[in-house]
Design a protein around this ligand. Sequence first.
Ligand code: NAP
Length: 252
Amino acid sequence: MDFTDRYVLITGASRGIGKAAAIAFAQKGAKVGINFRNNEEAAKQTLAALPGEGHRLFKEDISKKEGPKALINDFLKSYGRLDVLVNNAGIFLRHGIDEIDFDDWTDAFEEIFKTNLFAAANLSYWAAQAMMKSGGGRIVNVSSRGAFRGEPNAPAYGASKAALNAMSQSLAKKLAPHKIYVGVVAPGFTETDMGTQALTPEEEERLLSESPFRRMAKPEEVAHAILFLASEGAEYSSGAIIDVNGASYLRS
Ligand code: NAP
């Protein structure tokens, strides 16, 4: 896979899966835009970890209504074109229906959907406008195993990722004639802040036991699938959802 002279924007790249993807794209020659929300120190560390030159930080809260347009505009101002958008940023909040009151329930749905679905939808909109003008591009969306098998303690999270899958497949059909290819990576439990902080020790033990690997995914393993979907030669995989879950949940 070669991304020399490709301009790649990754949301939520200060940490976790986004950071691993930023490093992987840079190792293959891409110029990488690292978006983050407020963790400037971590974002600077990601920037410092990237091989090559020309990478940049883009601080923007993409859950805000104007965030996605501002982010794509800033990226285009810096680089002149956008070849790959990775909608990776996401949040996970625990909100079990038997644990919280109604206000917290509705707040959880609103907050999670704003980041996990609406931001990806709005970024895809503005990215697609730019890619249609420049003759094509790739969009890779980071979903979750939870879209398929349920998230008992975070139903809005599971629902947001199922919606992200459906949106991605709709866009894959609509955008292929414009040479814009849309793919999805659906990780299972992954070694990041989100993966390690959201669960009780009992839940962590149970989840680990579900995979024959008996371990979490490494962020680099998820990044590998992201790069594949964004690469030359993967065009006909547009619309695909690649599971990276250590055979813990197998869909037919
Ligand atoms: P993470 O370690 O919690 O990192 C989240 C990243 O998203 C950070 O860079 C954060 O920026 C950024 N972010 C969050 N909200 C944002 C916003 N409104 N605007 C801009 N950036 C924002 O998460 P991760 O585990 O790497 O997860 C990455 C993706 O994989 C998510 O979509 C997640 O749902 C999905 N996923 C993760 C797992 C898992 O077990 N880890 C499993 C399945 C799917 P700051 O550093 O500035 O806060």
